[in-house]
Ligand binder design. Structure first.
Ligand code: B12
Length: 276
């Protein structure tokens, strides 16, 4: 029955527009590698790691969804002024539909959609996805999925039902790879091993062996944002159908700041079928 429910939920999420969906127990995320390492960055989220424990303290399972951001649809990843990237809008929409469907069909189950940012009560989405069997964490420090490679974006919700997990899996395309991802980084964020197992007291490190300079990477992301210029764009309809939370934006041709965050380590990865 529980196994069946897991499968039914996954099938619904795909029907609502997700490209992948999986389920992981909440317990494995409490002390997940990212939680431990992030505490060391000094940027730990609130102790209730998955939102206010008084509101989601009875959560038992994480439903994690992925939407493909294929190379040939780069706009899925772009910010148009204050408008959420289309890919993120789609993720939010799938989560809303899944919540509505669960609430109607399984009223005894409590459902907790999660915000994106960990400091706002979100979870570490890559850890959840790896635990749910959607893929593995690669040498570019991203979730690599068999079908889409790393070209996916994630979102999650918690539910109070204990469901049969869909992972973890054994997929590992990075073992003998020439690491095109690391070589592609414009600011050489993968040149130096920053983290060690001994210093961190954890077995699982960022980018597998601790060779990822988050600060350096972040500098690039900041400059992607500050260097972004206003462009006249015809905002695609998808943005207005699915946009959540920016009521002041109107469709049609207009000048907006288009932010294209760096994805070089992601797009250099040879895994996946880019024609989705
Ligand atoms: C903060 C953040 C950033 C920061 C810091 C990134 C960082 N890795 O520290 C900055 C702004 C630099 C950034 C950059 C990018 N980000 Co970012 N980011 C986030 C955010 C909000 C939290 C990530 C975080 O703080 N992790 C904690 C740190 C401590 O861990 P970590 O360095 O990631 O390493 C951990 C994992 O790799 C994990 N791990 C490694 N192996 C294994 C094995 C198993 C079994 C498990 C369970 C875990 C595990 O353990 C490591 C710690 O030991 C997430 C969304 C979310 N809520 O999760 C998106 C997220 C991770 N980012 C994402 C993306 C796509 C990017 C960029 C490509 C930019 C872009 N165009 O969007 C770059 C790529 C950077 C990179 N190569 O890692 C995607 C990743 C999708 C994917 N396929 O994996 C996410 C999930 C957001 C989303 N919309 O889906 N990001």
């Amino acid at each position: 029955m529980k196994e069946q429910l897991s499968q039914v939920i996954v099938a619904r999420a795909l029907e609502f527009g997700a490209d992948l969906c999986g389920i992981a127990p909440v317990g494995v995320l409490r002390d997940s590698p990212s939680t431990v390492i992030n505490a060391a960055y000094g940027e730990a989220s609130r102790p209730g790691y998955c939102g206010d424990p008084s509101k989601s303290g009875d959560a038992k399972s994480t439903i994690i969804i992925a939407v493909a951001h294929p190379k040939f649809k780069p706009e899925m990843d772009w910010w148009f002024g204050s408008i959420n990237p289309p890919g993120n809008q789609l993720l939010i929409e799938v989560i809303i539909k899944l919540k509505q469907w669960l609430t109607v069909n399984y009223p005894a189950i409590k459902v907790y959609p999660l915000p994106y940012h960990v400091e706002n009560g979100g979870i570490y989405l890559k850890d959840a996805a790896a635990q749910a069997g959607l893929g593995c964490i690669g040498k570019n420090n991203l979730l690599i999925t068999p079908h889409y490679g790393p070209q996916v974006r994630l979102r999650a919700m918690l539910i109070s039902e204990e469901l049969v997990p869909t992972g973890p899996g054994s997929f590992d395309p990075c073992a003998d790879c020439a690491m095109y991802c690391r070589k592609a980084c414009p600011v050489r964020a993968f040149d130096e091993t920053i983290w060690t197992k001994e210093a961190m007291q954890v077995d699982i490190l960022p980018a597998r062996d601790g060779t990822y300079n988050r600060r350096q990477c972040n500098i690039t992301m900041d400059s992607n944002s500050t260097d972004a210029r206003e462009e006249i764009v015809t905002l695609p309809e998808i943005i207005f159908e699915k946009n959540i939370g920016s009521e002041n934006d109107t469709p049609g041709k207009q000048a907006v700041k288009v932010i294209r965050y760096c994805r070089k380590c992601e797009l250099a990865c040879p895994v996946g079928h880019n024609k989705v």
